[in-house]
Design a protein around this ligand. Structure first.
Ligand SMILES: *Cc1c(COP(=O)(O)O)cnc(C)c1O
Length: 364
């Protein structure tokens, strides 16, 4: 199918947008994922027509048939990235091409059509342009963008659907944690794994999240903040949290993060590895067992551990518990290198520091 690289977006401005006063009130303390902007992007796909009907329109419910494939077989993928207001008032994105590429990778794994990179980037630009007044001005604020795609064919047969919706919604976000990130406690899941070899662990699909909810509830029931998953084959190697990658920092100043394969290839993970290496820090992508983690934390060889992802950026890990482990990391609070790397990355994202890798894409 010869699909155009991008499409003209028909822009239909909201006839009755949220008032200036109400919007100002909402974005003063937006929290995360609770409030939404006035518009949304909708693009349709069919095997016959390819990508077509690109629209920016008033945000609202969409009508789908009860036999819509996504409701039965979960053929769905998504992305998450942020638009930032720069010190000069311009608006920028952080590595959006990486999100576009990962979205295409996820699409291939879920047997869905790829959204061409140009169309993906244009859809992001279009919604940010329509809703730029929703970017919070509060310290640490951003406009969280959620591109997603789902199978919309009306058919109960099990096969890749022939029709899809690609959409983007936007949600103003405050600083994920007010007053800096507090250290979280992790629960090691005994009963469940997030992904297995050959599975969908490297794809950003809703199904992975559905499977993580029960173990996450068990973590909460155990008094922990987040679940940490071990590999499915040996139940030994640390993989990641339900929605964040993990890093370990050792007494010799080196860092380690689990290798790609069954984990989600985080853009924050990749960016932090690059920033650490820029600073002369040795970073290994190697398997790390839960037993080694415990031994190193207890001996003091491990100094810090943290989780990372777009939403919360960097979150220190203070303690790890499970049926056979219970240990603290460092003094149980945020580590020095963890805080430094977080500050470095945030400063680049917000245009407050030089951008040696050309990660920041100015929109307008
Ligand atoms: C999105 C996601 C991450 C983090 O990826 P970023 O690109 O850094 O936001 C990590 N793990 C999972 C399971 C994810 O879905």
């Amino acid at each position: 199918m010869a699909t155009a690289l991008t499409l003209p977006f028909e822009v239909q401005a909201h006839p009755a947008p949220v008032s200036d006063a109400e919007r100002t009130r909402l974005i003063a303390d937006p929290g995360f994922g609770k409030i939404f902007t006035d518009h949304m992007v909708v693009v349709r796909y069919s095997v016959d027509k390819g990508w077509h009907d690109a629209q920016v329109k008033p945000r609202g419910p969409i009508a789908i048939d009860p036999a819509c494939a996504v409701l039965h077989y979960a053929q769905e993928i998504f992305e998450g990235l942020k638009a930032y207001r720069m010190p000069d008032g311009n608006v920028s994105l952080f590595r959006p091409e990486a999100n576009a590429r990962r979205f295409a990778d996820s699409a291939r794994r879920l047997a869905m059509p790829e959204v061409p990179e140009e169309l993906f980037l244009e859809s992001i630009r279009a919604i940010v342009e329509a809703d730029r007044s929703w970017i919070p001005t509060v310290e640490g604020g951003s406009l969280y963008l959620r591109p997603f795609m789902f199978a919309s064919e009306v058919f109960l047969g099990v096969k890749p659907a022939s029709e899809y919706y690609y959409m983007v919604i936007a949600s103003p976000a405050g600083a994920y944690f007010k007053g800096g990130a507090p250290a979280v406690s992790l629960w090691v899941s005994d009963d469940y794994s997030r992904a297995g070899p050959g599975g969908t662990g490297a794809a950003k699909c809703g199904g992975n999240y559905a499977a993580s909810l029960l173990p996450q509830s068990q973590a909460i029931a155990q008094g922990c903040d987040q679940v940490v998953f071990l590999d499915a084959a040996e139940h030994k190697w640390v993989e990641e949290l339900g929605g964040m990658n993990v890093f370990f920092v050792f007494e010799d100043g080196s860092m380690l993060t689990p290798p790609l394969g069954t984990i989600l290839p985080g853009i924050t993970r990749d960016s932090l590895m690059t920033l650490a290496r820029d600073a002369g820090i040795a970073v290994r992508e190697e398997r790390y067992s839960i037993d080694q983690w415990k031994a190193d934390a207890e001996s003091g060889r491990l100094r810090e551990a943290f989780a990372c992802g777009t939403a919360a950026v960097v979150t220190p890990i203070g303690a790890v518990r499970g049926t056979s482990v219970d240990f603290k990391i460092g003094n149980g609070g945020p580590g020095v290198l963890t805080s430094e790397l977080r500050a470095k990355l945030v400063a680049i994202q917000r245009g407050e520091a030089a951008d040696p890798h050309g990660w920041v894409k100015r929109l307008f």
